[in-house]
Design a protein around this ligand. Structure first.
Ligand code: KIV
Ligand code: ZN
Length: 388
């Protein structure tokens, strides 16, 4: 039996920090939370209760209805933030408080105006206070990607002693690269004397387009929780995309020592729901959930897939919620795909000449039109007068 990789979804918190993606009404957040629960995410970060009365109410509303996932609230390492998170999560079946403070030299000096010692004191105090509300406390050294490893070791050892059970290593500004980030995770686990008392987690931003790669490198080096969002939504260039992390781990079980409990067939529904509520469209070539993710247009590919899907598909479209893969008929399509689609439409050809004639008309049309739809094929057939 493989170890579990905990999937921590932060669509409702970091995802909502996408400029323009505000999910204003509680009812919308609750709809997304229920979809995440059906997806079987382990932890739903529902918001930042101290940020605003609206955020508080949204976390409270999510905490009341979700039964199968842990509901988490974010808080700075401040007494009031922690108390607000504790209050918002009061009705949750399982609750987690996630508290954070920055640990990089630039954040400590320019933003917090604190010494490293003061930062450790705040972190320890925050974790102890959070433990008064729940046994499940997560701590994040914000901007860990640009923090000194020695200082990370010190603060993480101290917060474990204070009662933190998940240590989340955020690459807040998406600065890390996979090999180096993976090595950092391995070093932390190895160097922190009490590291066996906590689960290591990662939270990667996508400023260099490396959020998923960095998360996976961390998993290969011992991280057992990944923080991610549906469609990769999130602050600036976004967070690691849940669907990509989950399907990479599932598809490459030969290289990962762990597995998730995600119900992958719910992925597409979740993606569409988040896209419609936030108004953020999913780009067609987005892995897993983009309209073209399982579409084939090139003739050689179509021919291969018609003979055996594994020739050009590493996952089954149905496993992530699509009803099937899709053959796009266009100028790159081959004869086999054309004939197969025609047969599916009930059109049988009586001779090779008929096929050749129809196929050459189809190619002429495809030169003028980007994608050929079923209606175009019907029209083409009625022009030449084949029997349907
Ligand atoms: O990116 C970040 O550092 C965060 C923390 C609050 C975990 O979102
Ligand atoms: Zn973040």
């Amino acid at each position: 039996m493989k170890e579990q990789l905990i999937i921590f979804d932060t669509t409702l918190r970091d995802g909502e920090q996408s400029p323009g993606a505000s999910m204003t009404r509680d009812e919308k957040k609750v709809r997304i939370a229920k979809a995440l629960e059906r997806l079987r995410v382990d932890v739903i970060e529902a918001g930042f209760p101290a940020a605003s009365p609206g955020d508080f109410e949204a976390v409270q509303a999510v905490a009341k209805v979700i039964k199968d996932s842990t509901v988490c609230g974010l808080s700075r390492a401040l007494d009031n933030d922690i108390d607000r998170a504790g209050a918002a999560l009061k009705d949750a079946s399982r609750s987690r408080i996630h508290t954070f403070i920055a640990t990089s030299p630039i954040h400590m000096q320019m933003k917090l105006h604190m010494t490293p010692e003061q930062v450790i004191e705040h972190a320890v105090r925050a974790v102890k206070r959070a433990r008064q509300y729940t046994d499940d406390v997560e701590f994040s050294p914000e901007d860990a990607g640009r923090s000194e490893e020695d200082f990370l070791c010190r603060i993480l050892e101290a917060v474990i002693d204070a009662g933190a059970r998940t240590l989340n290593i955020p690459d807040t500004v998406g600065y890390s690269v996979p090999q180096q980030f993976g090595a950092t995770i391995a070093n932390l686990i190895h160097r922190i004397p009490n590291s066996d008392k906590a689960i290591f987690s990662v939270h990667c931003h996508n400023d260099l387009g490396l959020a998923v790669a960095n998360s996976l490198a961390a998993v290969m080096n011992g991280a057992r929780q990944v923080e991610c969002t549906i469609n990769g939504l999130g602050e600036r260039a976004g967070n690691a995309s849940l669907e990509e992390v989950v399907m990479a781990v599932r598809t490459r079980q030969d290289v990962f020592a762990c597995q998730t409990r995600i119900e992958t067939r719910e992925i597409l529904t979740c993606s569409k729901l988040v896209s419609s509520i936030t108004g953020f469209p999913v780009q067609p070539n987005k892995a897993i959930v983009g309209a073209n993710a399982f579409a084939h247009e090139a003739g050689i590919h179509q021919d291969g897939v018609l003979k055996s899907r594994e020739t050009y598909e590493i996952m089954r479209a149905e496993d992530v919620g699509w009803s099937a893969n899709r053959m796009v008929l266009g100028k790159h399509s081959g004869r086999n795909a054309f004939k197969t689609r025609m047969n599916e439409l009930g059109i049988e050809f009586n001779s090779e000449e008929e096929i050749n004639d129809a196929f050459s008309r189809f190619k002429q049309l495809a030169d003028k039109k980007h994608e050929i739809f079923d209606e175009d094929l019907q029209a083409l057939i009625s022009e030449v007068g084949f029997e349907a």
